[in-house]
Design a protein around this ligand. Structure first.
Ligand code: GLY
Length: 577
């Protein structure tokens, strides 16, 4: 496999260390056998979407860096080596666990709409919504980036090594070159808009227009200079001055221009928000609150299924999955109606009310699917919204990091679709996050909560998650890319680890099965037939799912030590010492 072309250090880091102690207690995953053993480490670990990025994080941890220090190094390398998924031109949500302070903090580095953007941003002259890809490509979709400002805030609070040091692995790789990975090469196929960008075209494509193949050594001196500027000048180097001016010019000069100004970039502020936490059996599960819908949706599903015993049935049981899928339908119905930027649209406080979730869970029929679910009437609801049907296309990246002191990061990071808006500025890509807003501002005479407004953050599905035991100790952290499917992917791995006692590798490898309040989407592995048949008998419309998850998960063992898993569907690895 082409990974042979990758540097030796990157390969060595992927060789998994002593195996997970003992076989997992749960049933083996039906169909998709894990391609690798779970990784084990005594002191620290990083699980990320690319071996070079994971190696950079590991180097920082080996040097005594904190989990946040390592996350910054990983993000900067991902900007270079996984440019289709995330980067300094995008946004992120970060959960941070401070072991000494026993404090969970959630950082919101979500992009914002420019101040001048309004509800009709994605409506054409005829008042109809633009075609999705017409909205994606160009300046209209670009949100004010938030990832670097957010990482800077997290570093001020939790960093140990100097900020500038964290950029050195990425700067060296950008300067000297990295081997294009098979996944990046595959994503470059058939992307005419990216090829047409004057900076991205010659960088990613050969003179004859074909994509540079996997294994090609790719240097990015423009990104090396940008990262050096941020290393020296902090996030100000991105949000003010010449780089910011170039961002504004690229957005304004695109075929479909956006309205972003220097004032928008200067004014961007990351937020520290309350985590969304729910009790679930022996644990407390915490995630990211709005503007992400991920934490709320996962919390709702867990609240609805808690009364059922999923353990006895196991991961091959259509009945167990039916409960999860039906709860997911109900959660998506609420999500589509109520969840948006909380600074503009307050979340109904009753959405996680135990009685409300018990009532919603009571709608689930054990022998038959509900079909399409409608939103509930949660206590404290303040306004009546129309459902949002916005598309989210699967890109994004997830990392999980635990440092030697037990501090942890679970961070999902994104530029939205593959290669974002397809606009490359100074070696990095600008996001298309604004297409996570509803294109339609109102329906049936009611506003959509997630409509575009100036300065507002688009609703996300990103679901960085952490789980704590009864004594408040961190027991695992996980998350995934994948657009709106992120919620189902993360839920699958969570239930697999908590209810089915699978180790992190088996949990992430387990075939994906989810419902977004429509057809049930099932990954068609060789063992999937009986599960699909069982679900059809329960009334599910089962559709094959081809979109890959990109889960990463780390479990902290009670006696010390870390076990990690990385999704075999992408190029991620879990490495540690
Ligand atoms: N752009 C993917 C998400 O925020 O869910």
């Amino acid at each position: 496999m082409t990974m042979r072309r990758w540097p030796l250090a990157a390969l060595l880091c992927c060789l998994v260390l002593p195996a997970w102690a003992g076989p997992p207690a749960g049933s083996p995953p039906p169909g998709l056998a894990p391609e690798r053993m779970a990784a084990y480490a005594r002191s620290h670990m990083v699980a990320a979407a690319n071996p070079l990025a994971a190696a950079a994080g590991r180097t920082i941890l080996q040097a005594g860096g904190s989990a946040v220090d390592a996350a910054i190094a990983v993000q900067m390398v991902l900007t270079l080596v996984e440019p289709q998924s995330s980067g300094i031109g995008g946004g992120a949500f970060l959960l941070h666990w401070s072991a000494a302070g026993r404090e969970l903090r959630t950082y919101d580095g979500r992009e914002t709409a420019p101040a001048a953007a309004g509800p009709n941003l994605f409506l054409g002259a005829d008042g109809r919504p633009l075609r999705f890809m017409d909205a994606v490509v160009g300046g209209l979709s670009v949100g004010v980036p938030g990832a670097v400002r957010m990482l800077e805030a997290a570093h001020r609070a939790h960093g140990r090594l100097p900020w500038a040091d964290l950029f050195q692995p990425a700067i060296a790789l950008a300067r000297d070159g990295f081997a294009i990975s098979p996944r990046l090469a595959a994503t470059l196929q058939d992307d005419a808009a990216l090829r047409a960008d004057p900076a991205a075209g010659p960088y990613f494509y050969q003179p004859d227009g074909s994509p540079k193949p996997a294994g090609t050594l790719l240097a990015n001196p423009a990104l090396a200079a940008t990262l050096q500027a941020i290393a020296t000048g902090g996030a100000d180097a991105l949000h003010t001055g010449p780089i910011a001016q170039d961002i504004v010019a690229a957005v304004a000069g695109a075929a479909r221009p956006g309205s972003m100004t220097l004032a928008d970039l200067v004014g961007y502020r990351p937020q520290v928000r309350d985590a969304v936490c729910v009790p679930y059996r022996l644990w407390r599960v915490c995630g990211m609150g709005p503007p992400s819908s991920g934490g709320v949706a996962i919390a709702q599903v867990l609240g609805m299924v808690e009364r059922h015993d999923l353990t006895a049935a196991g991961p091959a049981s259509p009945d167990a999955w039916h409960l999860l899928l039906e709860a997911s339908r109900l959660a998506f119905a609420d999500r589509d109606r109520y969840v948006a930027d909380p600074d503009r649209v307050p979340l109904p406080p009753g959405l996680l009310d135990r009685r409300y979730l018990a009532d919603r869970g009571g709608l689930i029929r054990t022998g038959e699917s509900l079909g399409r679910a409608t939103a509930g009437e949660p206590p404290g609801k303040r306004a009546d919204f129309a459902p949002d049907r916005s598309l989210e296309i699967p890109a994004t990246s997830h990392m999980v990091i635990v440092d030697r002191d037990g501090n942890a990061v679970s961070m999902t990071t994104t530029i939205e679709g593959p290669f974002g808006s397809k606009l490359m500025v100074r070696g990095f890509l600008l996001n298309n996050e604004l297409t996570d807003f509803s294109f339609v501002p109102e329906a049936d005479g009611r506003p959509v909560a997630n409509r575009v407004e100036g300065g507002k953050r688009p609703r996300s599905s990103m679901s960085p998650t952490m789980v704590f035991d009864r004594d408040g100790r961190l027991v695992m952290a996980l998350g995934s890319p994948g657009g709106a499917r992120i919620i189902g992917y993360t839920l699958k791995a969570l239930v697999a680890m908590l209810d089915w006692d699978l180790d992190p590798q088996r949990a992430v490898s387990l075939p994906n099965l989810l419902n977004r309040n429509g057809p049930t989407e099932l990954e068609m592995t060789p063992g999937a037939g009986p599960l699909a048949d069982g679900l059809r008998r329960l009334g599910h419309e089962v559709q094959p799912m081809t979109a890959p998850s990109g889960l990463q998960a780390i479990r902290l063992l009670p006696g010390g030590g870390l076990v990690g898993g990385a999704d075999p569907r992408r190029e991620g690895v879990a490495v540690g010492d």
